[in-house]
Design a protein around this ligand. Structure first.
Ligand code: CUA
Length: 343
């Protein structure tokens, strides 16, 4: 099972590779709603604790009374079996166990609605970063329309200063089926729906690397839609953006691979800015090597894995829509030698 082994390695072993690829990524934190780093996620944790508090009281009460009844009314000794008095109906008790849960549900509803309303009505400030995330089977396209950057699967964001907040407002779209955008430490889940635009915003207050996953079953490779979010201090983010804005490197040593790439069907699906390749079905490869993984988390992005992926993507992701091109070993070597120059 090399395929699943590779994906299992992601959360365990592969992530240090992502960390190594990004300068802000000192440490990848385990995704958890209980360690938020962004304003909406802090609010979600508050609601979560409130709900947990109420349900904990209900749990202790119910299991406590059950335990008490079990012990207090257990069968004692070996005397003749006596039926306890049979009671039929009690208006007071029935009212109590109908009205109290109803009140609890109403309180939970109102509190949740208030938090959702609070998060959703936040107006977009002028200095907010605007990005668009497009769900694909099975990867994420990430566009920065104001910066002219297109990348995939690894989102880079500036940290927001509470004194002068710079949140990021995200437009969510899908080209095929319903996906769900979820980075637990940054914000709540939001569905990514074809022919509908959803919005979500994040405001990370801490630099670091945070991971998320598609949270809506979307077909064969739903499990391999990893999202990595690298939150940088402002200057570092600006440096990243400036590097991404440059056209692809044209390393003379990699010319044979570059020419081969341009002569194959690769260019129908992939864009490499500064070359004839301008396809839009697959990820933009202009700065491919700046990303931590291949195939949305299917494998760490190393030359060796990249070569195996180009040879046959099904090695890591059996459902990947990119076909094996049936190239000769020599051609795969040339392509890989070119791709690794796209930093
Ligand atoms: Cu995309 Cu699940």
């Amino acid at each position: 099972m090399p395929i699943r082994a590779a994906s299992a390695g992601l959360i365990g072993l592969g992530l240090p590779a992502i960390a190594a690829a990004a300068s802000a990524a000192d440490r990848v934190s385990t995704p958890s709603i209980f360690s938020p780093v962004s304003t909406p996620a802090f609010a979600i944790r508050e609601v979560a604790f409130f709900v947990l508090g109420i349900t904990a009281v209900v749990f202790v009460l119910v299991s406590g009374l059950t335990a008490y009844a079990l012990v207090r009314y257990r069968r004692r000794g070996s005397g003749p079996a006596v039926e306890p008095p049979q009671v039929y109906g009690s208006t007071q008790i029935e009212l109590a166990w109908t009205v109290v849960p109803m009140l609890i549900v109403i309180v939970l509803f109102l509190v949740t609605a208030r938090y959702i309303w609070g998060i959703e009505r936040r107006p977009q400030p002028d200095n907010a970063l605007e990005i668009t995330i497009v769900g694909h089977q099975w990867w994420w396209e990430i566009r920065y329309p104001t910066l002219g950057i297109v990348t995939a699967n690894q989102i880079h964001l500036p940290v927001s200063d509470p004194e002068k907040p710079t949140p990021t407002f995200i437009t969510l779209q899908s080209v095929d089926v319903v996906h769900s955008f979820w980075v637990p430490q940054l914000a709540g889940k939001m569905d990514v729906i074809p022919n509908k635009t959803n919005r979500v915003w994040v405001e990370p207050l801490t630099a670091g690397t945070f991971v998320g996953q598609c949270a809506e079953y979307c077909g064969l490779e739903h499990a391999l839609m990893l999202l990595t979010v690298v939150v940088h201090p402002r200057e570092e983010f600006d440096r990243w953006a400036a590097a991404q804005q440059t056209p692809a490197r044209d390393d003379p040593a990699a010319r044979p691979g570059r020419e081969l790439f341009a002569s194959l069907a690769c260019i129908n699906c992939h864009t490499i800015r500064g070359t004839p390749a301008n396809g839009i079905f697959g990820p933009d490869l202009t700065h491919l090597m700046s990303r931590g993984t291949i195939g949305a988390g299917a494998a760490p992005n190393t030359p060796q894995h990249l070569r195996a992926w180009v040879d046959d993507p099904a090695t890591y992701k059996s459902g990947a829509l990119m076909p094996a091109m049936k190239l000769s070993r020599d051609d795969v070597d040339k392509l890989t030698a070119y791709l690794v120059t796209l930093r």
